[in-house]
Design a binder for this molecule. Structure first.
Ligand SMILES: [Cu+2]
Length: 143
């Protein structure tokens, strides 16, 4: 991000927005190294203004993208999602068959059972941190 004289104010505003945002139930379905893994979670927005999720940073993976699986005429296809709305007083759920974080280039940190500190980034500049549990390919949820 560029530095400017308004940065302190911007940071304070972003912090205020971050306090309204939280992430629950984050887990990663770890796949063998050649196949992308997927991250799932729920973002809750307690604020009065809508927020937009723009990206996540997962330390156990070299690359993390936001994707959406959509079914058209019985065919499932994935599209990139650059900004995803989290409605005011509402939430956004990433779950198998819909939105997912596509994770590639795993490191040894991304072993089954690990808790990875993930950063969730929003269009306002707010960032929310949550830990995500790495689960085996057969897992259906965070537990
Ligand atoms: Cu994908």
């Amino acid at each position: 991000m560029l530095q400017s004289p308004g940065d302190a104010t911007e940071r304070a505003l972003a912090q205020g927005r971050a306090e309204q945002l939280s992430v629950q139930g984050c887990w990663i379905r770890a796949m063998p190294a050649q196949v992308p893994s997927a991250g799932y979670f729920t973002v809750t927005n307690a604020g009065r203004a809508a927020a937009k999720l723009t990206g996540i940073v997962v330390p156990g993976y070299g690359m993390a993208m936001l994707h959406q699986t959509q079914k058209t005429g019985g065919m499932a296809k994935m599209t990139m999602a650059h900004e995803i709305d989290v409605p005011a007083k509402g939430n956004l759920t990433f779950a198998p068959g819909g939105y997912h974080a596509m994770l590639e280039k795993p490191s040894d940190q991304a072993r089954i059972g690990a808790l990875l500190p993930v950063a969730f980034q929003f269009a306002s500049g707010a960032q929310v941190n949550a830990s995500c549990k790495v689960q085996p390919a057969s897992a259906l949820g965070p537990d």
